[in-house]
Design a protein around this ligand. Structure first.
Ligand SMILES: C[S@@+](CC[C@H](N)C(=O)[O-])C[C@H]1O[C@@H](n2cnc3c(N)ncnc32)[C@H](O)[C@@H]1O
Length: 169
């Protein structure tokens, strides 16, 4: 049983990556990670956006900034997996147990990262997207998160239309 998943998003650039990093956080939350830690440039707007989603739709889920991805990665207690097209095929990679750090890149990932993690995992050997890779990987190890606490609103699944109700938290 997995205890807790943290996602480390490398090299955030507010101008270029705003939506992509936000989507990484939304995917991380929806697929059961507890937090996303990001490096690169600090982006308070991004942090506020995610906080707003958690306030409305529930958590627990937090976003934190780290100045040094290297020290964060080195000091993380638990298994560390980088998602990269150069890694072991998803279907063959072992599913880690316990605390897990899932690393995703943005532009060029420093070569050092490949050696600092316990495992590099490829969601197919073709270049695509950190958002897609994260969703597929977390779905494989976790499935979708079913229970969110502290939500103000929740969806009532319906075949047609958009239904929501106030949540009791
Ligand atoms: C747009 S890619 C750029 C990768 C970059 N060219 C590099 O040097 O690694 C951004 C991120 O998406 C993720 N990614 C892209 N394709 C992937 C794949 N096939 N499997 C796993 N992760 C992938 C990786 O986390 C990667 O760092």
């Amino acid at each position: 049983m997995l205890m807790a998943v943290t996602v480390l998003r490398l090299g955030h650039r507010p101008q270029r990556d705003k939506r992509v990093t936000t989507h990484c956080a939304l995917v991380a939350r929806a697929f059961g990670a507890r937090e996303l830690v990001y490096s690169g440039e600090r982006d308070k707007k991004f942090e506020e956006t995610v906080k707003g989603v958690v306030e409305s739709w529930g958590g627990p889920f937090t976003v934190k900034y780290t100045k040094s991805w290297r020290s964060f990665l080195k000091s993380f207690k638990g298994k560390k997996v980088q998602l990269t097209m150069y890694g072991l095929p998803l279907e063959e990679a072992p599913v880690p147990k316990g605390n897990l750090l899932v690393v995703v890149g943005s532009t060029k990932v420093p070569p050092e990262v490949y050696g600092l993690v316990d495992l590099n995992v490829a969601v197919g050997g073709q270049p695509h997207s950190e958002i897609a890779a994260l969703a597929v990987y977390l779905y494989r190890i976790h499935g979708l998160k079913k229970r969110f606490t502290g939500a103000k609103i929740r969806v009532v699944p319906s075949e047609k239309g958009k239904k929501t109700v106030a949540s009791k938290g």
